[in-house]
Design a protein around this ligand. Structure first.
Ligand code: CTP
Length: 392
């Protein structure tokens, strides 16, 4: 259910911390990759060794943990979901007020992925106006909440404040990570193809593959079943299926074998390849006055031409302006075209940012500001989600 999804479990100091050991086990059983953070007070209730044995990795216990250079930011970026269970009144209060004086609160502040909070405290603390106000703020911030429940509390009294049961937290996790993708099959192509001249040389282009890989990561986080066909040697989310290729012909072959509901064609595919690649390195002395070229298959056209065609997104990396991209969107017959002017600084090949415009089937244009490629990926998936919904 959670195969390959990365869950950061943050344990804060309450008796209910012992239940988080079982939660960690349930997450691991469901296929998630689990890392654990513990506050100093959490360590008073459960030993780190318990979590280490369950997850296979020692928990992170402080902002200056020796295992990572910057634990809060590295773990914040690593995660697909942050779960704080149990979340004490003190931790909730610090998060609501932006106080980041321990590893857990700093991580929550540093992350951009969904956060699920499972409060646990005594009824009086839960009902205190400070907690009520903090909870309102946390809801406004968009954090997810699960529990608390009514039942026996640590002091022997009975009331609202028990941490949600692990199964209930698991259901909340599945609800968040299941996301809009709901296991829908999405194909993403990425990177520039390399067309061999001989075993050493190739004709290539400047595409780095960063944009396509960012889309793959974002799609996994939204619960899609992702297949990435890429030429780039870049990291990608472990839950994505990756097919590494080099040439346009190989990319075409890989794509032919995939039947997606959504196709995002971010690769820069060579239109031509050397007609007869030499089998051994061409010596300088032989000279080479010209290279005979042959056409490569148009992968996008073959996808758009399928009987049961997927919702298809094309890319137009241009030097010739928006009008050319709009024309291309029409002739290619894509559902959405992503245009970018590769001559613009901070945009296009190799950068971590991109300024793009969307062109839909009606030729309507939406221009976006300069954004991080991951953010561009999110916007593309927003449009895909709206478009797929619109197609019924
Ligand atoms: N594309 C593809 N297969 C090809 C060429 C392009 O799948 N052989 C896809 C790209 O991944 C991109 C879109 O088609 O999503 C547009 O690519 P582009 O190179 O701009 O299109 P071309 O038809 O090659 O246009 P141009 O005349 O500008 O070269």
């Amino acid at each position: 259910m959670l195969r390959g999804r990365r869950v950061l479990l943050c344990v804060t100091g309450g008796v209910a911390a012992y239940k988080s050991a079982y939660l960690a086990r349930r997450l691991v059983e469901a296929g998630a990759m689990v890392r654990v953070e513990m506050t100093e007070s959490a360590l008073e209730f459960v030993g780190p060794q318990t979590f280490a044995a369950i997850t296979g990795e020692a928990p992170f216990t402080g902002l200056f943990d020796a295992a990572l250079v910057s634990p809060h930011t590295e773990l914040a970026r690593w995660a697909d979901l942050v779960v704080v269970a149990p979340a004490t009144a003190a931790t909730l209060g610090r998060i609501a007020n932006g106080i980041s004086d321990d590893l857990v609160t700093a991580t929550v502040l540093a992350t951009t992925v969904p956060v699920l909070l499972a409060p646990a405290m005594h009824t009086e603390m839960w009902e205190h106006p400070a907690t009520v106000r903090n909870l309102e703020t946390l809801r406004e911030f968009g954090y997810h909440l699960v529990g608390p429940e009514e039942g026996p509390l640590a002091g022997g009294d009975i009331g609202l404040g028990r941490v949600a049961e692990p199964e209930e937290i698991m259901a909340a996790v599945a609800g968040i990570l299941g996301g809009e993708g709901q296991g829908r099959r999405i194909l993403i192509t990425a990177g520039g193809t390399r067309e061999p001249v001989d075993p050493v040389r190739f004709l290539g282009n400047r595409s780095s593959g960063k944009m396509g890989h960012a889309i793959a990561d974002a799609a996994v986080a939204r619960g899609y079943d992702v297949t990435l066909v890429t030429t780039a040697d870049l990291p990608v989310h472990p839950a994505a299926k990756v097919i590494r290729v080099e040439t346009a012909e190989e990319m075409f072959g890989a794509v032919e074998g995939i039947d997606p509901e959504i196709a995002i064609m971010a690769a820069a595919v060579a239109d031509f390849r050397p007609a007869d690649a030499a089998e051994s390195k061409i010596p300088r002395a032989d000279g080479l006055s010209s290279i005979q070229l042959a056409s490569t298959p148009d992968i996008l056209a073959s996808v758009v031409g399928r009987v049961d065609r997927p919702f298809t997104v094309g890319f137009a990396a241009e030097t010739g302006g928006l009008d050319r991209a709009r024309e291309k969107a029409g002739t290619k017959g894509v559902d959405l075209m992503v245009y970018n002017d590769v001559t613009e600084p901070g945009s296009g090949f190799g950068t971590d940012t991109n300024r793009v415009a969307f062109i839909d089937r009606e030729g309507e244009v939406e221009e976006l500001p300069l954004l991080a490629k991951r953010e561009v990926a999110e916007r593309i998936l927003d449009r895909v989600s709206a478009g797929v919904g619109g197609r019924g």
